[in-house]
Design a protein around this ligand. Sequence first.
Ligand SMILES: Cc1ncc(C[n+]2csc(CCOP(=O)(O)OP(=O)(O)O)c2C)c(N)n1
Length: 662
Amino acid sequence: MLFDRKDFSDDILLELYRTIFLPRLIEEKMLVLLRQGRISKWFSGIGQEAISAGVVSALAPDEWIMPLHRNLGIFTGRQMPLDKLFLQWQGSPEGFTKGRERSFHFGSAEHHICGMISHLGPQLALADGVALANVLKRQPKVSLAFTGEGGTSEGDFHEALNLAAVWDLPVIFVIENNGYGLSTPVKEQFRCRRLADKGIGYGMESVQIDGNNILDVYDTIRGVRQYCIREQKPYLVECMTFRMRGHEEASGTKYIPPELFEEWGKRDPVISYENWLMDQGLLNDEKRQEIRNEFRLIIESAVDIHPSPVVAVTGKELSDIYAETPPHDFPILSDLPDSETTPVKRFIDGIREGLWQSMETHENLVLMGQDIAEYGGAFKITEGFLEKFGRERIRNTPLCESAVVGAALGLSLEGYKSVMEMQFADFAAVGFNQIVNNLAKIHYRWGQAAQTVIRMPTGAGVGAGPFHSQSNEAWFTHVPGLKVVYPSTPADAKGLMNAAIVDSNPVLFFEHKVLYRSITGPLPEHYYLIEIGKASLVNSGTDISIITYGAGVHWALSLAMQKPDISFDILDLRSLLPLDYDAIRETVLKTGKVIVLHEDTLTGGLGGEISAWIGEHCFEMLDAPVLRCASLDTAVPFNIELEKNFLANARLWKTVERLLAY
Ligand SMILES: Cc1ncc(C[n+]2csc(CCOP(=O)(O)OP(=O)(O)O)c2C)c(N)n1
């Protein structure tokens, strides 16, 4: 292997040796602990250490890195305390994740390392978000994300690279091409000659280098970093390397021809570099032994700290789901606005005013979405925003929902808030993984807040067919870590939008398209919040309770108008996660007869959950079974008559009659 020292000082060359050597020694220890049963799983990076060591040495310590499962050298290179790392790998409550996450699935804001989720590709777009924050702050910094060659087949790879190119983001994407994705060889993974060539397709500079040569990696990343900062552009680096052990320790290596181990064994990144340093007279046996002894001592003393024998279940599990929102003194609107003195506006105006005033209130708020800038968004909600707030904060996106949600999380790592507009709630399906696995779980996993709002124009009633009409809120109310709000009045839309933006957690904001221009109501002019998790009683009565949200509120109110002889207690939930159980209990207590009404389809809808809760907690208060009134268990049909028949409203009166008969 040829090493070119360029103008690197002796000190740098020796420091690089320490950076590549420590993870090798730790891994050797881990293999012993694995055999002893002290750890249960290990993904080895032996043979690939030059990449992590070179990368971490080339970046500034406060530049975010998104490592994967073979990047131990990133964690040690950022000086994470070894004792805590060992506790983490043993699943100890004293590790970085309180025993909640696996070996490398964690990060630390202090070390500017963002922990991976198992799905690999999604991490790439987080680097886009961090890079965007760096651009907005005018900070001369890069972010860097890793992927294996297997991960480059994921759509997330394409989305993240394309977004970085289109937005001119200073991100370094590093592919570790180690020949196999689990057992899948490269010839079954892709057809291009070199993965680096993919850069051309994105309009991005790229290079393929020897990933086993630490000086090549270090020098390349240093140069690429300067390029990205100078040109404000991304860069793709493909590092050729080889995985010397199984995918993980239990999975073996039978599928790899033995001669490959022999061939790559001669190119071992640690030993090759060590030998070169010896040849250069920078290292000798004595010095090498000295470093080895020093590291062994550190490793042994870290291993000696045994995890608490019993995983203490602290009772904090549920309370760690959400990040705490910092205290603030923004006005909270708790009473319904006075309809005499407050200007009456449309539902859509509530959303728009909320966004507008939030943009004025929070300088660190960015809006992102398809066609939201000049065009003003599919529903014209952000019309005029570009002129007022500028192109940096009002960002048109390419068609890439997954990458934009990922970028939102990346922005949040750097303290930015964001609102992403899903053009239609239906399209959240292609950003689903980022929402339910990355945004939702990050705080519980390693204590990182994800402050972002995703706007979800939802619902049927306009003959838009199966993919522009769905009610998919129940996809998300099932996911711990998310908040889900669903206003039905202009005032609630504004207050909940403002509250969602202030909140330190990921909030899905459902806005019913039919309500946009059909519903009006008093809309206070000032900036205010409405507390998330609080329902609103919109009609007080004694015969029957209708617990509902969104369009359901208006169906119920309209029925109450048509049937003045029946006394309806109508509860607008407003927040679906968390639910206001006190308000639910109160209405059940009042009437003893309950319908849960929603536009979402019946099976698996939120109505099932609420009915079950009432059954469990309010059984003695009931005079009849809780009935659910929901849409048909079909896709949303296009034809208007079919759609009317599909919607829950078609069966609301029948359901009321049935309940009254008890
Ligand atoms: C979305 C997804 N599909 C499948 C897997 C299972 N899996 C975990 S690692 C891996 C191989 C990844 O290969 P590569 O990206 O080349 O990285 P390497 O493990 O070689 O470092 C697979 C298939 C996964 N974690 N996530």
